[in-house]
Design a protein around this ligand. Structure first.
Ligand SMILES: [Cu+2]
Length: 154
């Protein structure tokens, strides 16, 4: 076995020793909500702890609960009114750090709901990370949850 082959074999063994994607990110009290039963869109708030041991980036999300899912944040347009924007380039997160999501801040936008978000139902959201790959999170619907920090809702 050449040195190069040995190095490759070692790299392969190291890769296999990595934890499964499901263990790499932990969702901290996630919830989803819609402004009303007739709402066409909703939002999921999924704070994520990066336990993968490596820097990563949340690049996309999808769910059967909505036709289109985007990573959004709110920006102050300068007139004091917060506007939602799609986050360009995803959300970077260092090893051991958190991706914060909250009302008036970063969130997973559910556009074109395939059904009403009923209180206490659960939806599955697939989060796609640059390195950890896909992580499926079960998100309870809690339309009654008040924003923790009094931020604007949408
Ligand atoms: Cu949004």
């Amino acid at each position: 076995m050449s040195l190069r082959t040995q190095a490759l074999a070692f790299a392969a063994a190291t890769l296999m020793a990595l934890p499964a994607a499901a263990d790499s990110f932990m969702a901290m009290e996630p919830y989803a909500r819609a402004a009303s039963p007739a709402a066409k869109s909703g939002a999921a708030f999924i704070p994520l702890h990066n336990m993968s041991g490596q820097d990563d980036r949340l690049i996309a999300a999808r769910s059967d609960a909505a036709q289109r899912v985007e990573l959004h944040t709110h920006i102050d347009a300068g007139d004091g009114i917060l506007q939602m924007r799609e986050i360009e380039g995803g959300i970077p997160v260092a090893a051991g750090e958190m991706i914060e999501m909250r009302r008036g801040g970063q969130h997973v936008m559910l556009m074109g709901l395939t059904g009403p978000l009923e209180q206490d139902a659960e939806i599955a959201v697939t989060l796609v990370f640059e390195r950890a790959g896909e992580v499926v999170v079960t998100v309870p619907v809690d339309n009654e949850r008040a924003p923790k920090d009094g931020a604007h809702s949408h």
